[in-house]
Design a protein around this ligand. Structure first.
Ligand SMILES: [Zn+2]
Length: 264
């Protein structure tokens, strides 16, 4: 309770405070960082992170901020269970935070296998930046069992491309035909094979013969997640991955044949 004290009361208070020093300390806000030192093991177990064996100092550094905000400004000491429940109430966000923090504090090559695995599972939105390095580290260690998970996260949060890289299997082929994950640069043929281009263009004669005709005569096309696009109709959208693809003589004559069969 806050109210102005008279001088008399003040004097009385000081006296009392001296006598009951312990009681007056209870009136102050709890020091959350000190509380973390006390609860650290319980918190690590409660969040299901003890198998990562981060060690006290590293774990403290990682969990400090979320822990402090989970404690909040309180005057009475919360039980570990209360804080753990608060932290666990948005577990996905917290795990993503822990992963981001871990990667900032420890080099990938120095992580244990369990810690690396944790990053693969929980990197969330950070996968956009982390995936190439995680891919390198995972393959270096021969933990190819983790690649499916990394691919899954890439497709969920990364820059998913219409073409799949023939080398690493990630849908991460950029407009310049380079793979964002493994760095491989696809040849024109590999890109065409990856998106199954020629059969798609053959199919186009049935639903968009005019478009196909334009592609054959101009000798090139654009391609995005919606499929092949004749040059005159292509309008690039921001953040969209598309490819400019040039047809070779053989492909052009094959497609001309298909077109002429349907439009004699
Ligand atoms: Zn690749």
């Amino acid at each position: 309770m806050v109210r102005k004290k008279t001088d008399e009361e003040e004097g009385e208070l000081e006296e009392r405070e001296e006598k009951k020093d312990k009681k007056s300390k209870k009136e102050k806000y709890i020091d959350a960082e000190k509380l973390l030192d006390e609860y650290i093991e319980e918190v690590e177990i409660g969040l299901g992170l003890s198998h990562l064996k981060l060690g006290k100092d590293l774990f403290k550094e990682i969990i400090k901020e979320p822990f402090i905000s989970a404690v909040g400004q309180v005057k009475s000491k919360p039980k570990p269970k209360t804080i753990i429940n608060r932290l666990n109430s948005s577990k996905d966000v917290l795990m993503e935070y822990v992963a981001a923090k871990l990667v900032r504090l420890v080099e990938l090559s120095k992580l244990t296998d369990d810690q690396l695995e944790f990053l693969v599972f929980y990197s969330g939105r950070a996968v956009v930046d982390l995936a190439p390095a995680l891919y390198r580290e995972v393959t270096r260690r021969g933990r190819t069992d983790l690649l499916d998970n990394l691919r899954y996260n890439w497709n969920l949060y990364g820059i998913k491309s219409p073409a799949k890289c023939p080398k690493c299997g990630f849908e991460a082929v950029m407009p310049d035909y380079s793979c964002k994950i493994c760095g491989y640069v696809l040849s024109s043929k590999e890109l065409k094979d990856s998106i199954n281009l020629i059969p798609q263009l053959e199919e186009m004669v049935r639903y968009d013969a005019e478009g196909l005709k334009e592609i054959i005569s101009s000798g090139y096309l654009y391609y995005n997640s919606a499929g092949p696009i004749p040059p005159s109709r292509f309008k690039p959208k921001e953040m969209e991955i598309y490819y400019e693809i040039v047809l070779n003589g053989q492909e052009k004559s094959l497609l001309s044949k298909v077109y002429n069969t349907h439009h004699p």
